[in-house]
Design a protein around this ligand. Sequence first.
Ligand SMILES: O=P(O)(O)OC[C@H]1O[C@H](O)[C@H](O)[C@@H](O)[C@@H]1O
Length: 574
Amino acid sequence: MASSGVHMHQVWRKLKTHASDVISNLHLAQLLQDEQRCTAFRATLNDLVYDYARQRATPETLSLLIEFADASELGAKIDRMFQGEKINLTEDRAVLHVALRAPRDPTIWPASVRLPEQAVSEVHDVLAQIERFSERIRKGREWVGATGKPLTDVVSIGIGGSYLGPEFVYEALRTDHKAAEAARGRRLRFLANVDPTDVHRALDGLNPETTLVVVVSKTFTTAETMLNARTLKRWLMDALGESAVAKHMVAVSTNTEAVKAFGIDPQEGMFRFWDWVGGRFSVCSAVGLVPLSLQYGFGIMREFLAGAHEIDWHFATERDWRKNIPVLMGLFGVWNASFLGYSTRALLPYAQALLRFAPHIQQVDMESNGKGVDIHGEALIDPTATGVVDFGEPGTNGQHSFYQLMHQGRVIPADFVGFRRSQTPIVLEGEPVSNHDELMSNFFAQPDALAIGKTREELVAEGVPEALLNHKIFPGNRPSSSMLFDCLDARTVGRLLALYEHRAAVEGFLWNLNSFDQWGVELGKVLAKRIRNELARRRQAEGKPAAGQAATDHHWNASTRFLLDAYFTPSTGQ
Ligand SMILES: O=P(O)(O)OC[C@H]1O[C@H](O)[C@H](O)[C@@H](O)[C@@H]1O
């Protein structure tokens, strides 16, 4: 709507002025002394507490951000997503990953966010198929390997969205006692990289007789995944004969023809999903559910889906943006990037089991919102902000690595994620606190160290020698949010996933770009194909007189030509 466009620009300007005239003169040490503000700057949802008192914002900032959300028609955009409108314009597709975890009954939703019935019903058909299949494999009697042995090990082949999310969930649940109990005697490995060493590592210690390979690829054309699939097909066939594929390989894809052409019977061994599930938003489809149900059982995965749905419901139905947690996360994401100018941000879970969370969210964010134009292909309102660099590590490990830079170098807005209880508590006799309390002391301390810092005056009072004073100053005023949950179980893993998926969507809606396509990954693929042909040509010519060696040289610039030559020149070192 043209009028909202103009309005959007007006609020944008107001926010810019507010940032430079008001916020730049305020320090978080000051803001945190305002109890009323601290109380107002938090939102809760059951056991989840989201505290944003350490964002560089005042109540006026929040009001302006909400005005901006309304000018951006955030509510209508959320509605359109849930209703299954084709909001991914460049690919003419709906964006319905929320349907993957929706209860069967569509009438639970208010009409404005009611999901398409057909989509939800197809989802439940595939879920039933996954439940049956995973139980047959896990029981070890009904579906067994070619030599009659139970299939206790699974290798899930896939890359990008067909890998990062499932691996994050796998790792997060590996030490949850209920999931660990359900996984007893089973192993799940991931094979993503086309580097042959990844094949070696994934297969290390596995026996083809007891291994099931799941090939996960939305398109079933991704070069890395297909070469790895052919490699494992060969591994199985060499050990078990030509017929091994039927019992030892299944596929997750939207491309039935390609699955068939690969040699997997779609009737027996294929789990489908739909073009309205973006790769990086596909963890809750068969992409994640097949390997993860094989490992943890379908019951645990149902809890995971329910957790994600809990957040979907909150996101779709809570229209007071001050209470809508993913919306608040998105608003502060845009505030930090576009108005305060921070181009990086950190995701810092204080839970070792979340070691693969940041890499997954890195793809969700950077592939979704790293765009050069708006949703209509026009110049972006803020072209500088669509390249927010996401990274992260579990605490406290990160503290001994990159936090130095966060405290005294660049300002990097951070999300701290913590839990009231450990997945695996340890209490040592004679220690003042449990091991989990020790971990959490850091979860509480770091945000204040970043926000409040330490002044020269304080250091002087402590008797720090003059020569060290400048080195020991912490400027503070570094923003963060803190998120606290009860415990990292399947439901909470689902909630975390959905919160961050929706944060990316909210930011894209506010920046008015298409978060659901990824044209930026194409060019590299095309160039790699040309290079692959060149490598094949040179390998063929190896040992033969270099006839035609220079035939395609004009394709490459001097640097690429040099590097290719160097690749083919045996090292003379040693
Ligand atoms: O699932 P696939 O079709 O194999 O795609 C795997 C991945 O590769 C692409 O290049 C995209 O960058 C990712 O978004 C996608 O998840």
